[in-house]
Every structure is written in structure tokens, then in C-alpha cells.
Design a protein around this ligand. Structure first.
Ligand code: ADP
Ligand code: ADP
Ligand code: MG
Length: 591
């Protein structure tokens, strides 16, 4: 059986706190085979995948938890398209750009999505897994000569496919371009559309601003415009919704779709399921094992693709990549009026120099999740800050209650490991079975428990902060954008963990987020912020989820239905029959 051995090099502590324990216990090494050896250059462990039997002893013995060995699905005896190096991540197959279509890519963090796009966009030269050999462009073309990709690579390497690529890591853009937003955008404006796009995504006022002075959401919109303004045959967008508020997400989705014509193709990677669903004509899933390997699936219709992803089983490829399905149950809502009130927040008002906001009375109920939605700059974070006692309202007084609060931007600069931070937050609860099962396991903390907090990825850090928030004993739990940086599966897990926690402990949560699907999954009731961003904010609600969703969807000018198979909510295609019917009835959110 083909297997992959991964050694996370930065974690390996051989020669320091470890005395080559993996090699000493390896049964193959004991028979004098050189299955695990020490690399002369960096003194770290190297595993020979041909000799490895997959016994897993080294994984258990390694004190740094830096080894992972996985068996590949039986059919995958083919060469990968790329491997980063010995005992490093490898990617099998690639997404296929298709003329006249938007292909959406769905997959977990660390499964190779960005790697795939970088290869297709020509910014990473693939090595066909032969990281230790010189692999030429001809080799790559020949390897795929019988498929569409052979022709694609030939044209790409000859500079004949014009690609436009928005990378995931937009924070690197200001390091490559020092000028202003206007200078950047007019320079790349091959289709004379930049003025329109700036207007559409509301960034005109930023023209004179230097790129390094922009917020995440502003930089994202500029990067999307710069990519969309090119006259390309293939457009790649890696996570275009990140940092964007809910109204911007829909505008971005519409802009990307508007690029489509019969001569160009578009590929989009996105974790916001509603956005991905709305943008895509087809879906390709990337499955495998995070950090170890990824396999790109065949192309599927959007509805089927997303349903198979949630199911965890791909019939065409005959692979079960997750042992359980993710379900959207059509839960009968408990009437809000029948729930017991936990705390009442009176009407509040707050003004800053240029901004004023007000909220109506909020009743927080036992076991309830109150979801908060609305564009940026309307006062959502200000509300949470007032509840947490961090700022004082101008009018109204918040009763002092015990509140645990996950702030919008988790701070990575914390000394110590994940274990240190969680033990400190949970105290003696840390060792209970409940904690292990519900917090550590469900939020995937075990895998990184001995990692330094400052080395965590964005998604891992986010989940750590959510775990810390739930580790404290409080009445109210507030979360500001908990879905940021985490993948679809973790978003739904986070929603489930928070929901169950509130019910079990008879406490209440307030969750601010921009992912419609996530909110739909987690919310019992809703509060919608409206107004003029950066100037004035007020609220609609709290109301029932149904009423709140209807209000939000109307504001975004989209309608929703429930998918017949998975029961997950879906955005109707504009002008489809259902879309028209529901608009007529004013039922934007159909249940
Ligand atoms: P995704 O976009 O699906 O989150 P990526 O394609 O960014 O995943 O990364 C897939 C895996 O490859 C990750 O485990 C990542 O750590 C690893 N990886 C990414 N870039 C490199 C690199 N330059 N060298 C070694 N490993 C890398
Ligand atoms: P949201 O969370 O809805 O994006 P915020 O509550 O963060 O909105 O901010 C609403 C408005 O209040 C913004 O225009 C912001 O610049 C302004 N603001 C927030 N905090 C302060 C502060 N401490 N001083 C001055 N203005 C502030
Ligand atoms: Mg990525």
C-alpha cells in the first residue's frame, strides 16, 4: 500500500529534548534497515516511505508529535502533481478551469487549495513529486499529455494563457507594491473597468491611500478589483470573502460572476458556503489529510458537490473522507416566548466623535444564541464592548454580569503552548472528560496541544480563542466573527459546540458573524444592524431567526430555499422561478 510519512520539520526536536526516539523504536530500524534516519543538514528525522510499514509506533513515541503517517486510498498509485519536499505535503490532481464556468473549490484548511491555484496560475512550478530531481516544463507537459492539463501547461509555460490570480494572503501585497490604491488599480486596468468596480465595491475614497494603510476588508476589495480588471482567460480567486462584511460578500460574488463569458474560466476557493454556492456553476472537492496530502475530486454540479462534501462520501471516486456526515436538521424551533429570560439589557446609546449608535432592549434567554448581522462600521463590536463593560454607554446602564468575550482579532503574541493557555482558562475543568470531548476534541485542539500559540495558523488560533472563551464559567458568551479563517467543517463544528454549550449550561451567547450559512445554523434569534457605515447605526430586532433572516436576505437582495436532500439553506439563482415566487410573497427566507 502506498503511504505518506510527514515530519513537521519546525516541530522536530531531535538532538534537543529528544534523543532520536522515533528511530530507536522503529521496528524496521531494529532489523537494521534505515527506515528513519537523521538528516545531516538540520539534524532532524527523515522517514523512508518505501521501507515504512505504517506500524505507527514512531507517531506514538515522538515527544514533539511531529510525525504523521497516512495510507493513501487504494486507487491513488499515481504520481502527485507536486510535493514540497521529503516528508512534506503532496497534492494529487488539479482543478480544471472550464470555459464559461465558475468552478468552486471546497476543502479543509491545509489540504492544498492554495497550492493548486498557485500551480495553475503559474506562480509555483510543479515537480510531479520528484522534489530531489530537476523536473522540466516538458516533463510536466508530457506527464499530462493525454489530458486537458497537458495543453493547459503548454500554453501556460509558453506565456500564452493569460491568468489573473488573487492570492489568499493579501497581506503580502503591500510588500510588493508600495504606491497608492489608485496607482495600483489604474496600472492594471486592462479593461477600463476600475472606476466602475471602485464604485461598486465602495473603495473610491481610498484612491490616495497607500496599500499598507488599508484594513483587511479594504485590501481584499482592492485585490479583487485588481484581479478582475485584467483581461484574462482564466481568473483565480483564493478566498475572496475573507475580511468582507455580509453586504460586501454578495457584491463581490456578483462582480466575480459578471466577469464570466464564453471565452474565460473562473476558479474560486471559498469557505463561506452560501457565497460559494452562489458564485459557482460546478464544484471540485479537495479531500485527504490536512498537512499531509490532498486529492482533487472530479467535477460535480454545485448542489451535488456541496451535498457530497457535507456527506463526507464521494460516490464517483468511491472515497469516504470523513467518517460521519454533517447534517442540517430541520429543528422545530422552540417558541422564543416560551424560553426563560436570563438577563435583560436595556436600550443603549453610544456616540463617538463621528459615529452614533443605538440598540433597543435585548432579552437574553437561557440556552439561546442571539446572532448579530450587518455591514461593517454599524456598531456591532461597540455593542459587545458595552456588554463586556469595556466601554460605557452614553445612555442606559448595563447590569454587571459575568461575560466571556472572544474579540474580533485574536492575538497570536501569547507566550506558551495551547495546553498552557487552555489549562489556565479552564483550571480544574481541563482534566474532565466533558472538556476533552466537547472542547478539545470537537475543536481539534488535541492535534496542536503542545504547539506554541505564536506558531498557530489563522484557523487554529481562532479555534483556540473560541475554546478559551468557552472554558470560563459565565452567564453570557460573546463572539465577534468566530468563523474567520476557519474551514466549512470547523465552522459547523464551532456552531454546534457553541449551541450545545448554551443549552447544556442554560446560559446565552451573542454571535456576530458574516457567514449566512453559519448564522442560519447557529441562531435562535437575531439582531440586524442597519444604518450608514461609519456614521450611524441602529438595529432591527431582536426578532426570531425567521424574521431576522428574511430581513437580512431582503437587504442583500437574495432569496433562500432549503436543499431537498441535505436541508441546508441555499441561495436561489437570481430570476429562477423560486426566486421570483418568493420575492412576490416577500418570503426571502423559506423554511
Ligand atoms: P489550503 O490552501 O488548502 O489551506 P495550502 O495549499 O496553503 O492549503 O497548504 C497545503 C499544505 O502544504 C499545508 O500543510 C502547508 O503547510 C504546506 N505548504 C504550503 N506551502 C509550503 C511550502 N512552501 N513548503 C512546504 N510546505 C508547504
Ligand atoms: P462594526 O463592529 O459594526 O464593524 P464598530 O462597533 O467596530 O462597528 O464601529 C462602529 C463605528 O464606530 C466605526 O466607524 C468606528 O470607527 C467607530 N468607533 C469604534 N470605536 C471607536 C472609538 N473607541 N473611538 C472612536 N470611534 C470609534
Ligand atoms: Mg489556502
Amino acid at each position: 500500500m502506498a503511504r505518506i510519512a510527514i515530519v513537521e520539520r519546525e516541530k522536530c526536536i531531535n538532538g534537543k529534548a529528544c534523543d532520536f526516539i522515533c528511530g530507536k523504536y522503529c521496528p524496521m530500524n531494529r532489523t537494521d534497515a534505515e527506515c528513519i534516519i537523521i538528516n545531516e543538514n538540520d539534524n532532524k528525522a527523515v522517514i523512508d516511505e518505501k521501507l515504512c510499514t505504517g506500524c505507527g509506533i514512531c507517531i506514538k513515541k515522538c515527544p514533539a508529535k511531529c510525525i504523521d503517517i497516512v495510507n493513501l486510498p487504494e486507487k491513488l498509485k499515481e504520481k502527485p502533481i507536486h510535493r514540497y519536499g521529503q516528508n512534506m505535503f503532496e497534492l494529487f490532481r488539479l482543478p480544471i478551469p472550464k470555459k464559461g464556468y465558475v468552478v468552486g473549490i471546497l476543502g479543509r484548511n491545509g489540504i492544498g487549495k492554495s497550492t493548486a491555484l498557485a500551480i495553475l496560475a503559474g506562480s509555483l512550478k510543479p515537480n510531479l513529486g520528484d522534489y530531489d530531481k530537476e523536473v522540466t516544463k516538458e516533463d510536466v507537459i508530457n506527464h499530462y499529455s493525454t489530458t486537458y492539463l497537458g495543453e493547459y501547461f503548454r500554453k501556460l509555460f509558453e506565456g500564452k494563457v493569460k491568468v489573473a490570480y488573487k492570492p489568499q494572503r493579501i497581506e503580502l501585497i503591500p510588500k510588493m507594491f508600495e504606491g497608492t490604491v489608485g496607482e495600483l488599480l489604474y496600472k492594471v486596468d486592462e479593461r477600463n473597468v476600475v472606476d466602475d468596480y471602485m464604485n461598486l465595491l465602495e473603495v473610491e475614497h481610498l484612491k490616495e491611500r497607500k496599500l499598507n494603510q488599508l484594513s483587511g476588508g479594504e485590501l481584499q476589495r482592492v485585490a479583487i478589483i485588481a484581479t478582475a480588471a485584467k483581461n484574462a482567460e482564466v481568473y483565480y480567486f483564493d478566498e475572496p470573502a475573507s475580511f468582507c462584511d455580509i453586504t460586501t460578500r454578495i457584491k463581490v460574488a456578483k462582480l466575480i460572476r459578471s466577469l464570466l463569458n464564453e471565452k474565460c474560466s473562473i476558479i474560486v476557493v471559498e469557505h463561506d458556503l452560501a457565497t460559494l454556492d452562489y458564485i459557482s456553476d460546478e464544484i471540485q472537492i479537495i479531500y485527504g489529510k490536512q498537512g499531509a496530502y490532498g486529492v482533487v475530486s472530479q467535477t460535480k454540479g454545485v448542489s451535488r458537490g456541496i451535498n457530497e462534501y457535507l456527506d463526507g462520501y464521494l460516490p464517483d471516486d468511491n472515497v469516504r473522507f470523513r467518517p460521519y456526515p454533517i447534517k442540517f436538521e430541520d429543528v422545530t424551533e422552540v417558541k422564543e416566548s416560551e424560553k426563560e429570560i436570563l438577563k435583560v439589557v436595556p436600550p443603549l446609546k453610544k456616540s463617538f466623535e463621528n459615529f452614533g449608535m443605538s440598540v433597543r432592549q435585548i432579552e437574553l434567554k437561557k440556552g439561546d444564541v442571539l446572532a448579530v448581522m450587518g455591514a461593517n462600521g454599524l456598531g456591532k463590536t461597540t455593542l459587545l464592548n458595552m456588554l463586556a463593560g469595556e466601554i460605557k454607554p452614553d445612555e442606559g446602564e448595563v447590569e454587571k454580569f459575568k461575560i466571556s468575550y472572544k474579540v474580533q482579532y485574536p492575538d497570536p503574541n501569547v507566550e506558551g503552548t495551547v495546553r498552557d493557555v487552555l489549562m489556565n482558562a479552564a483550571k480544574n475543568k481541563f482534566h474532565t472528560g466533558w472538556y476533552k470531548q466537547n472542547i478539545l476534541d470537537k475543536l481539534g485542539m488535541e492535534r496542536v496541544i503542545d504547539n506554541q500559540v505564536k506558531n498557530l495558523s489563522g484557523g487554529e488560533l481562532q479555534k483556540l480563542y473560541i475554546a478559551v472563551t468557552l472554558s470560563k464559567d459565565c452567564d453570557i458568551y460573546a463572539f465577534d466573527e468566530p468563523s474567520a479563517f476557519i474551514d466549512v467543517e470547523d465552522r459547523l463544528k464551532v456552531a454546534e459546540v457553541i449551541k450545545e454549550f448554551m443549552i447544556k449550561n442554560e446560559v446565552a451567547a451573542i454571535v456576530v458573524d458574516h457567514d449566512v450559512q453559519f448564522i442560519d445554523y447557529i441562531a435562535d434569534s437575531m439582531l440586524v444592524f442597519e444604518g450608514n457605515p461609519g456614521v450611524e447605526g441602529h438595529v432591527y430586532g431582536p426578532v426570531s431567526k425567521r424574521e431576522g433572516m428574511n430581513h437580512v436576505l431582503k437587504m442583500l437582495d437574495i432569496t433562500y430555499r432549503r436543499d431537498a436532500t441535505s436541508l441546508r439553506p441555499r441561495i436561489n439563482k437570481p430570476n429562477s422561478q423560486l426566486d421570483k415566487q418568493q420575492r412576490e410573497k416577500g418570503e426571502y427566507y423559506y423554511n
